[in-house]
Design a protein around this ligand. Structure first.
Ligand code: BGP
Length: 491
């Protein structure tokens, strides 16, 4: 046997709000990211009260998967993808979120996408909610802080599980559910909780402005999502026992900055709060023991309703998935310089290089996490986001030599192979943003993850033409050899 199991799910990952566009096609309603403006590495995004003139809203067209899905999926077929992770725009099925009946155009669109995947033998892995609560639910109901949202969500899930039965077997309930443990983006993207103003700077760059944050509200919203997720898992199994449902977390490493016991304890606490709080609920069906102290110290109360504990127990997931881009450290020392990371910041690790966006690059951290997670939960794992956001240069002949991206992926895949050798049960790997798409953190196009280039810039200009990068041909070989051939030479 090779280093990776047979039937390993190689592929790529996207999210509707960053990829699909078609904001007003087929009667789609607005969702929260549709009121978020573009930003850059140095300019924060804004969230506005409805659509304001004079702003560019990158989700509206994104990179137009809505009209180009056949071409995009054909490229995935050409690369040999076994799996395509994508998400459904809730507001394409339920424009306001609280309707009783779904829109047939929305259902037809996704059915066509799944049928197209089928042509190439690509299994869809569908995220039900990836940072895009219908705007109406955010505005009129207060987002996930309101328990009523749970029923609307479960109605939406029921439509998905019945309409796409047989076409989709792998589901993820909420993208990076643990983002709700963080201020700013946690509220907005995770919980659909809007800031009070008409025009508010948000995002990673402005992420330190937590003036409108309310931890009680955020942890309440998270509890509602955890219960809703568990109920969705149970429903998926009931509707079709073939359904496999996973959770999805933003993974976090917090290496102790030094071996001072204070730093070691701090590192452990960050790992517990960031990874195991949600992970234990979704995999084991109950909040972990340390949660009680966490709630006490934060002064928050989790609003358990009758039946919540049972629902959590009955809706544990079949597999555990996560995003992994970078690692950080933990210390009490305020003088240690800070590095950026996926939706977070933390004390920088002096032994690691950083990407152009200041995210540390740590392939061995992936092996470390895979071992940690498998050791704790003992269920199949899958990496559903990983990759390098970088600026790409198109040469005069149209080629794109992204050897930095290949190096990043190769080093991470090597560590995955080590983890498999360590005994970890790993189901698959989907590289983030396999086709260039809008950055979630900064709302820009310049931060590209793709193996396929899209001609579009930060102002929204470009032909949207697709181009194969060098990494496209490299990944094709990786998949063909089931991860044996990671050599970096080109056609
Ligand atoms: C994760 C999100 C994705 C994606 C990725 C990269 O948090 O699930 O939606 O965008 O991060 O982040 P960014 O786009 O900010 O580079």
């Amino acid at each position: 046997m090779g280093r990776f199991p047979e039937n390993f799910l190689w592929g790529g990952a996207t999210a509707a709000n960053q990829f699909e566009g078609g904001v007003s096609e087929g009667g789609k309603g607005l969702s929260v990211p549709d009121v978020m403006t573009g930003g850059t590495k140095t300019t924060p995004r804004h969230v506005t009260d409805g659509i304001l003139a004079g702003y560019h809203y990158p989700s509206h067209e994104a990179v137009d998967f809505y009209h180009r899905y056949k071409e995009d999926i054909a490229l995935y077929g050409e690369m040999g993808f076994k799996c395509f992770r994508m998400s459904i725009n809730w507001s394409r099925l339920f424009p306001n979120g609280d309707e009783k009946q779904p829109k047939q155009e929305g259902i037809a669109f996704y059915r066509n996408v799944f049928l197209e995947c089928q042509k190439y033998g690509i299994q869809p892995l569908v995220t039900i909610s990836h940072y895009e609560l219908p705007y109406h639910l955010a505005k009129e109901y207060g987002g996930w802080a309101n328990r009523e949202i749970m029923d609307f969500f479960l109605r939406y899930c029921k439509v998905l599980f019945t309409e796409f039965q047989g076409l989709v077997h792998h589901w993820l309930t909420f993208n990076e559910i643990n983002i709700l443990q963080m201020g700013a983006y946690g509220n907005l993207m995770g919980g659909g909780i809007l800031p009070p103003g008409k025009d508010t700077a948000v995002g990673v760059l402005a992420g330190l402005d937590t003036s409108w944050d309310d931890e009680q509200r955020r942890y309440t919203a998270l509890h509602h999502q955890l219960v809703a997720s568990a109920k969705a898992v149970a429903m998926a199994h009931e509707i079709d026992p073939e359904n496999k449902v996973g959770c999805m977390l933003l993974s976090r490493i917090a290496y102790p900055y030094t071996c001072r016991p204070d730093d070691v304890l701090k590192g452990q606490q960050v790992m517990q709060t960031a990874n195991y709080y949600c992970g234990d609920v979704q995999v084991r069906g109950a909040y972990p023991a340390f949660a009680r102290r966490l709630w006490k110290e934060k002064g928050i109360e989790i609003p358990f309703a009758a039946g919540d504990r049972e629902a959590l127990k009955e809706g544990t997931v079949d597999f555990f998935t996560f995003s992994y881009y970078s690692s950080s450290t933990a210390t009490d020392d305020p003088d240690v310089p800070v590095a950026n990371g996926n939706m977070m910041r933390g004390p920088a690790n002096p032994y690691l290089e950083q990407s152009q966006w200041g995210w540390t690059i740590d392939p061995k951290g992936l092996r470390y996490l895979l071992n940690e997670f498998y050791g704790r939960w003992q269920i199949p794992l899958m990496i559903v986001e990983n990759g390098l956001g970088a600026e790409d240069q198109v040469e005069a002949d149209g080629s794109i030599h992204d050897e930095y991206r290949i190096a990043y992926m190769r080093e991470h895949i090597e560590q995955m192979a080590e983890a498999v050798e360590d005994g970890v049960e790993l189901m698959g790997y989907t590289v983030w943003g396999c086709t260039d798409l809008v950055s979630a953190g900064t709302g820009e196009m310049a931060k590209r993850y793709g193996l396929v280039y899209v001609d579009k810039d930060n102002e929204g200009k470009g032909t949207l033409e697709r181009r194969r990068k060098d990494s496209f041909y490299w990944y094709q070989k990786v998949i063909k050899s089931n991860g044996e051939n990671l050599d970096c030479y080109f056609h």
